[in-house]
Design a protein around this ligand. Structure first.
Ligand code: SF4
Ligand code: SF4
Length: 361
């Protein structure tokens, strides 16, 4: 099938007053999911100390424009397996109550309910992922039953091999009005190790079941519920932008932005499992710093995309233009929608952020 990306510019349809750090706290995990690449998880990596977590945050925080609120989304490995993780979240919320506004994480749900109840006092959102190969169904449900509904959501990895359990949890979530999002497993085309090839196959009945439920409730990459799509897409300089879901665009393979001007990394960064800091999950432009550097300087310019696929939903929240002349033409439109978005969140950001403080367009 000939799949084309006919957009000429895109931007985020999400709140504009945040600087977002996607922070991989390390590879250590207690699971070994078949679809998870070996470079993302292991049973042996050492745990980072509390002091080290604190120093890293202090270094980055100094560089973030003072008017932006900071949102941190922790991933791993499994973040909660680090014995210092809960203490670090507590420290962030205690020492930076007006700056570290929004904390969240992905977790495989394998800790006890007591742990998650305490953690929920210090983070805004826990997004549980169900990994059926290892998950203990009753224990997982106990965890979900122990927390206030607004504090968590469930990301269901719809593994075809565990279809009965997928349906069981979806039913549990629907009954309990638990925010949940069903995720199709995508083929990992980059894997070279034949022993770990994973190519999910859904029957037509399973596809039909998925299609009915995939957007029943929707969340962004940090687990917040949004009923409106997460991207604005422009197809020309006349019409209003279309509201679109990044995930749908990726599924349709319309995510080739090779050669585009991309604003990834201007109001966010990603810290990878090795402590390298990049603009985004796509790692475009390589690592511009490491957490051990004495000083970390954040990027301030757009970058040209050299990738063939932009397959991360989080990355897709950045502003992009087809080329330099498109940027010249479309910048006022993009600016207008950023301003509109800022106006909608007025009051949520106490630092009175305006378009003059923004660099992401
Ligand atoms: S729980 Fe998450 S990090 Fe751990 S192996 Fe599974 S997918 Fe990878
Ligand atoms: S892959 Fe990276 S640089 Fe390319 S469009 Fe996506 S976010 Fe931008």
């Amino acid at each position: 099938m000939d799949i084309l990306n006919k957009r000429i510019a895109t931007q985020s349809n999400r709140p504009q007053h945040f600087y977002t750090i996607h922070w991989n706290v390390g590879k250590r995990c207690n699971y070994d999911c078949a679809y998870c690449p070996d470079n993302l998880h292991d049973y042996t990596s050492p745990h980072r100390s509390l002091e080290s977590f604190q120093q890293i945050f202090k270094k980055i925080e100094q560089q973030i424009p003072p008017k932006l609120d900071i949102k941190i989304w922790f991933t791993g490995g499994e973040p909660t397996i680090n014995p210092n993780f809960l203490e670090f979240c507590k420290w962030l919320k205690t020492e930076y109550p007006d700056r570290a506004i929004n904390l969240g994480l992905n977790s495989n749900g394998s800790r006890l309910p007591k742990y998650y109840k305490e953690l929920a006092q210090w983070v805004n959102k826990i997004q549980f992922s169900s990994h059926f190969e290892f998950l203990k169904l009753d224990k997982f449900k106990d965890v979900l039953s122990a927390l206030p509904l607004k504090k968590f959501s469930v990301n269901l990895m719809a593994e075809p091999e565990y279809w009965d359990t997928v349906q069981n949890i979806v039913e549990f979530c629907e009954k309990g009005q638990i925010n949940h999002h069903i995720k199709r497993i995508r083929t990992k085309s980059t894997w070279t190790n034949d022993n770990r090839k994973y190519d999910p196959f859904y029957t037509p009945e399973q596809i039909e079941w998925l299609e009915k439920r995939e957007h029943a409730q929707s969340f962004d990459e940090i687990g917040e519920r949004f009923d409106k799509p997460d991207m604005l897409a422009y197809y020309n300089d006349i019409d209003e932008p279309r509201q679109e879901w990044a995930n749908d665009m990726i599924t349709r393979q319309e995510d080739d932005f090779n050669g585009w001007l991309c604003g990834i990394g201007l109001e966010g960064c990603q810290i990878d499992q090795y402590g390298n800091i990049q603009r985004g999950v796509c790692k475009i432009g390589g690592s511009y710093a490491n957490i051990d550097d004495e000083k970390i300087t954040l990027p301030t310019e757009f970058i040209t995309c050299t990738k063939k696929r932009c397959s991360c939903v989080a990355d897709n929240k950045c502003t992009r233009y087809k080329d330099e002349s498109t940027r010249e033409m479309m910048r006022p439109h993009i600016q207008f929608y950023i301003q509109k978005n800022l106006a909608e969140s007025l009051g949520k950001n106490s630092k009175q952020l305006t378009i003059d403080d923004k660099i992401n367009y």
